[in-house]
Structure formats: structure tokens, C-alpha cells
Design a protein around this ligand. Sequence first.
Ligand SMILES: Nc1ncnc2c1ncn2[C@@H]1O[C@H](COP(=O)(O)OP(=O)(O)OP(=O)(O)O)[C@@H](O)[C@H]1O
Ligand SMILES: [Mg+2]
Length: 266
Amino acid sequence: MMEAFFGFKKTPFSDNPDAKQLFASQAWTQVKARLQFLVEHHGTGLLTGEVGSGKSTAARTFTAGLNPNLYKILYLHWSSGSTLDLLRQLALQLDVEPAHYRGDLVRQISEAIVGLNQSKKQHPILICDEAQLLRHPTLEQLPLLLNFDMDSSHYLTLLLVGQPLLRRTLSLQMHEPLRQRIAVQYHLEGLSREELDAYLAHQLKAAGITQPLFDDTARQALYQATKGILRKVNKLALTALRLAASRKAPAVEESILLDATSEALL
Ligand SMILES: Nc1ncnc2c1ncn2[C@@H]1O[C@H](COP(=O)(O)OP(=O)(O)OP(=O)(O)O)[C@@H](O)[C@H]1O
Ligand SMILES: [Mg+2]
């Protein structure tokens, strides 16, 4: 209905955008530069940001562009947050049948990581997403995975991704070993007011529309309601377009946007 009314070739503001719909914000350029440094120099990176600011998308998009012959991406998504759980998930990602005991598990993982680097010439990049949910002992385990024995080589690159709480957790004294290893870091925020305009145009263009469908007042209200946080922007913009189509309004104006704000639960 909405697609036909506005003549969209595909739905804009999708929560599962394809590469064409992804927007290269200034922050994204900054993140990319840091992640590029990280994969070239190895070590540990920290990517934090508000809920829905695009952390997971940035980490996944960047790593998807790496040469799979040279890098093996190990993507861990939080499950219970326990150390054993993290080690088991990691072993499975390394194609190893996880051993029962922690000591055996760590040895299996270390061997697999060194083997990847030395035999396959493939460098593993471990991404811990939702890392704000990892428990303290689990975070304390991570530096141990970064250095084996007396060897100072970087066999594993680690990227911690999480909400702002992760920064506060890492500032605790007990996490100094991990904090000291962080070579690059970035905190993602929402789009700026100017970038929001460019983002709306970008999304509409990817959907085949070049005329602005949000008037000035609607764009200002959209910014106020979302502070440029991408998930909120997508949700609110899509709700507003749906509402406009149902009212047969040719564009979104402030009143529609405000009605959409309560409907979108923002
Ligand atoms: N550069 C981008 N261009 C267009 N859409 C984007 C972009 N980055 C993220 N999004 C969209 O914004 C939404 C939130 O992104 P994402 O899930 O990466 O955020 P997050 O920071 O990981 O959130 P959470 O804190 O909940 O884990 C997703 O629907 C995603 O598709
Ligand atoms: Mg995420």
C-alpha cells in the first residue's frame, strides 16, 4: 500500500538494509579507519555506542569486506555471558569440538588460533558483540586469549562491541589488563541534524524516489525524537510514511510525524 502510493521500488528505512541502503556517515568513516588500522596492526579494538546507533552493522559490514583467505571472522553474540559459554562458542567458531573442562578448552582454542595463523596464514578476528553483557570473569579471560605462553605475537585480533555500559565496566581497575591492550576505540552517536537530511535523501533514493517526502518541520521533529539514532530514525520514518500513505498525504509534515512518534513507541 505505502510502496504503491509513493511509487517505491523497494521499501526504504529497512531494518535489514542491503549494501546500497547503507549510509556512509562521518562516524562510519571514522570507525572504518580505526578498524582498518586494527586489522593491519592486530590488537584489540573497542566500539561502543548508544542502543541502535549502528555498532553491529558497522562491525559486520567492515569484516564482510575483508579477504576471507587472509582473515577468519569469529562472531560471538552474547548468550549467557559466562566464561565457559564464551569459550565453547569460540571453539565451535574455530571448528573445534569443545572439550568439557575449561583448561582443555583454552588449550584447544589456543592451538586452533596459532594453527590458523601459522598453517593457513589466516588471521582470526574475534568480534564480541553485546560485550556489555559479559560478566567480569569472562572479560578477565579475554587478555589470556590474546597472548599465549611467552609469545608476544598477536595471533588474535579482538573487537569488543557494546553499549555505553561497556566503557564504564572497562574503566574498573580489574580490567586494566584488557584496557591497556585496546589500540583503537570509537563511540558511535546519532547522525547530526545535517546528516539526517542526507540520510533521508539517501534512503529515498535507494527506494527510487528523488523528491523529498519529509518537509522541513517533519525533519526537525524527526531529529528531535530520534537524535539521529539510526534504528529510531528508520522506525519513525517508516511509520510516518505509512501514516501519510493511509491519509493520502503526498508528503510527511510535522503533524503526521508527531502522530507517528507515539505509534512507533519512541
Ligand atoms: N549505515 C547505516 N545505514 C543504514 N541503516 C543502518 C546503518 N547502520 C545501521 N543501520 C540500521 O540501524 C539499525 C540499528 O543498527 P545496529 O543493529 O547495527 O545497531 P546497534 O548499535 O548494534 O544496536 P544495539 O545496541 O541494539 O545492538 C539496524 O536496523 C540497521 O540496519
Ligand atoms: Mg548490536
